[in-house]
Design a protein around this ligand. Structure first.
Ligand SMILES: Nc1ncnc2c1ncn2[C@@H]1O[C@H](COP(=O)(O)OP(=O)(O)OP(=O)(O)O)[C@@H](O)[C@H]1O
Ligand SMILES: [Mg+2]
Length: 379
């Protein structure tokens, strides 16, 4: 339960005690709010007293009469505006003077409660204000979380980019200082390691390009009829050199007519990442089976491998940016941990789904379901 502080500034004692009485037993609750709101009322008989309480108590809501004995309600409004205080204000007006209403709105009042008011009128105005305050709080929280995620992303990214640079610098210094000998052949290992790190860095940059592409561009004009079997074959060809090294055989099984509407680049991202993972995290001599089916309005693509598998705990975070499983079996396999997060974003763009089942030690199955005729989300 959350408590909102209400200050009522009015020179009529009857109004003040009425507000206190009505609101002390009032509770606002909406299905979308995670908690109920109740109210704690403080009273002030003049504008001067009101300002004092505003400074000491920091109320969330101010119910303000305009006609006061000393300074007027609009002057209290001005005070709040000049100090940039976060208070939601409703004016209590004895007569609906348009001029006062216009000025008060300009000065920050969000609501008007005509005097005399019924308990119901007061309650519905307070209910509205509470809803606004709640939405403001939620929006603020979401903005903060967005900032935090962007910050985390950038710090992981800089770390990932810095690590290979440090390694390269180290190897170059060793050569500069001729640490392993005078001949170029003495440095074959250093050169190989350097090329390997450059290769990793290039892959990371390619992933980042994919990443920004799916975030920035959305392209109605690139949507076209594509044949999934053709694109899958292309992706298999790309991964073939690596599959041969690992002695992994990659098989494609196509049922029905595998045609859908999509941007081919997006589908390539899905195939390239899921097929390369299935080969990369496989065992020597293993298999990868890709199956494409098109029942009704969907296409279902499964990628089954006979690889190292993924534990239940790791599966929970699998689609998070930079997530890599670190254990004995993945040691020595390079990657940026961006692939699956990109795949997931692309699939969501098409209102599709991806899920994964896995038996650690014996293999994994990634299943992608996409609508044949997607309504693409324009970002
Ligand atoms: N088929 C799979 N079998 C076992 N583990 C997998 C499989 N696919 C992904 N993983 C695990 O999930 C992690 C995240 O995969 P992801 O494709 O996002 O990144 P990556 O392969 O490490 O790097 P890259 O960005 O180059 O693809 C991998 O590091 C790996 O540990
Ligand atoms: Mg990958």
């Amino acid at each position: 339960m959350a408590v909102l502080k209400v200050l009522v500034v009015d020179d009529e004692p009857g109004i003040r005690s009425g507000v206190t009485r009505i609101l002390s037993s009032f509770r606002v609750t909406y299905p979308f709010m995670d908690e109920d709101y109740t109210f704690e009322v403080t009273e002030a008989a003049t504008g001067e007293e009101g300002i004092e309480i505003i400074n000491s108590e920091k109320p969330d809501i101010l119910l303000l009469d305009n006609k006061l004995p000393g300074i007027q309600g609009v002057e209290v409004l001005e005070y709040i505006r000049n100090k940039n205080l976060a208070i939601t204000i409703a004016m209590i007006t004895s007569y609906a003077s348009l001029e006062v209403a216009v000025k008060a709105t300009r000065d920050g009042a969000t609501d008007f409660i005509p005097k005399p008011f019924t308990p119901q009128e007061l309650k519905s105005s307070i209910e509205n204000i509470t809803k606004q305050l709640y939405l403001k709080k939620v929006t603020h929280k979401m903005k903060q979380e967005g900032k935090k995620i962007r910050y985390q992303f950038l710090s992981v990214l800089s770390h990932e980019l810095k690590a290979p640079l440090n390694a390269l610098e180290g190897y170059l210094r060793m050569m500069q200082e001729k640490q392993a000998g005078d001949k170029i052949d003495d440095y074959t290992h250093h050169i190989e390691r350097s090329l390997h790190r450059i290769h990793g860095m290039r892959n990371l940059i390619m992933d980042l390009l994919d990443f920004t592409k799916i975030r920035l561009e959305r392209k109605d004009e690139k949507m076209q009829k594509i044949n999934l079997a053709e694109l899958a074959s292309g992706a298999i060809m790309t991964v073939q050199p690596y599959a041969i090294q690992m002695d992994v055989s990659v098989n494609l099984d196509v049922k029905d007519d595998p045609v859908m509407t999509a941007d081919p680049e997006d589908v390539n991202i899905i195939f390239n990442n899921l097929i390369s993972n299935a080969v990369k995290y496989n065992k020597f001599g293993g298999n990868v089976d890709i199956k494409i089916e098109c029942p009704h309005d969907d296409v279902i693509i499964t990628f089954s491998d006979t690889g190292i598998g993924i534990s239940e705990e790791d599966r929970e975070h699998l689609f998070t940016e930079f997530m890599r499983v670190k254990n004995e079996q993945t040691r020595g396999i390079t990657g940026s941990g961006l692939g699956l997060s990109i795949v997931k974003k692309v699939i969501e763009l098409y209102n599709g789904r991806i899920n994964v089942e896995s038996n650690p030690g014996s293999g994994s199955v990634f299943t992608v379901i996409l609508p044949k005729n997607p309504t693409i989300k324009i970002l």
